[in-house]
Design a protein around this ligand. Structure first.
Ligand code: AMP
Length: 305
């Protein structure tokens, strides 16, 4: 860890000028978009950016446009001092934390970026306006920082697929880098929203990852029927009374299209309510004939068998 100078920017003009100046010096700009309340998942993105880029920008913006009317915008956890301390400790060069009025002088904005198809299913089905909010703010942030490498977590695998597609379709000069999903030691995917869980819910939540691992185990044992893999995962989640399934779906990881067979690059994705908190998780599989490679994320300890 370094203790570098981390400069805080709140205006579009000033962060744009800082990124332009960095590129003029020959620096590669790396950007990590976040909504703050930073945890190890975010830190892993910052570390990847730090190791690959010369000028690292972390954006902290709780984007109102990606929250539905009855969602948790008002109570979304915030910790500006803790976040800035984390950015300093990771040697981040610049933090961009604009007020809402800076990114959206008129709210709601008249211009919305919409990626068709990939946004219809999974979280897009449960949260119909969510991804338009994400793609609009990511387009704005990438337009503000200019040519860069942009780091996104595979925790939000659908978001990553959508952002990849959007930057390709719109010729946005950003190299999109997908980073591993970081878990707690007991397997729960790290999330700012884990702070909402009470003790009983927190104890129940690791069942989500256990269920995903059971699905992966079935694929390792030869199961290739997507519905049967989904049923295994769903059944285990539903056996835990604190959890309620929003969706459990196996889909093509790149197009988010439907599949019947587990083959190629597959995402097994879930959204689960734990009380009123909605948690998402996924595992990615590469399946070629009998060969199965599973990406289960990092940071967790496999139970002794
Ligand atoms: P958020 O602040 O939740 O909008 O997340 C900002 C970025 O951090 C997104 O690219 C997320 O995918 C990524 N991220 C959040 N949680 C994790 C995690 N547990 N592991 C890896 N990346 C994560």
């Amino acid at each position: 860890m370094t203790d570098a100078m981390t400069e805080v920017f709140t205006t579009i003009a000033s962060i744009r000028a800082a990124c332009d100046a960095a590129r003029a010096r020959g620096a590669v700009v790396g950007v990590v978009p976040t909504m703050g309340y930073l945890h190890d998942g975010h830190l892993s993105l910052m570390r990847a950016a730090r190791s690959e880029c010369d000028f690292v920008v972390v954006t902290i913006f709780v984007n109102p446009l990606q929250f539905g009317p009855n969602e948790d915008l008002d109570r979304y956890p915030r910790d500006v001092d803790g976040d800035l301390a984390a950015c300093r400790a990771e040697g981040v060069d610049a933090v961009f934390m604009p007020p809402v009025s800076e990114l959206y002088p008129e709210y709601p904005p008249r211009t919305i970026v919409h990626v068709a198809g990939l946004t219809d299913a999974l979280c897009g089905a449960s949260r119909p306006t969510h991804f338009d909010g994400v793609t609009t703010v990511v387009t704005k942030l990438l337009s503000i920082v200019g040519p860069c490498h942009a780091y996104f977590g595979r925790k939000d695998a659908q978001q990553l697929a959508i952002v990849r597609r959007m930057t390709a379709d719109l010729d946005i000069p950003a190299v999109i880098v997908g980073c591993p999903l970081v878990r707690e030691a007991d397997g729960l995917a790290r999330s700012s929203r884990n702070a909402y869980l009470d003790e009983t819910q927190r104890a129940a939540a690791p069942t989500i990852f256990k269920a995903l691992r059971a699905g992966v185990a079935a694929v390792h044992e030869g199961e290739r029927d997507a519905r049967r893999v989904e049923a295994i995962v769903r059944g285990m989640i539903e056996s835990e009374p604190e959890l309620r399934v929003d969706y459990v779906e196996a889909r093509n990881a790149d197009t988010i299209g439907t599949i019947d067979r587990i083959a190629g690059h597959v995402l097994v994705a879930v959204a689960v309510f734990c009380g009123s908190t909605r948690l998402i998780d996924n595992v990615a599989l590469d399946v070629c004939g009998d060969e199965v490679t599973a990406d289960l994320g990092t940071g967790w300890q496999a139970p002794a068998s």
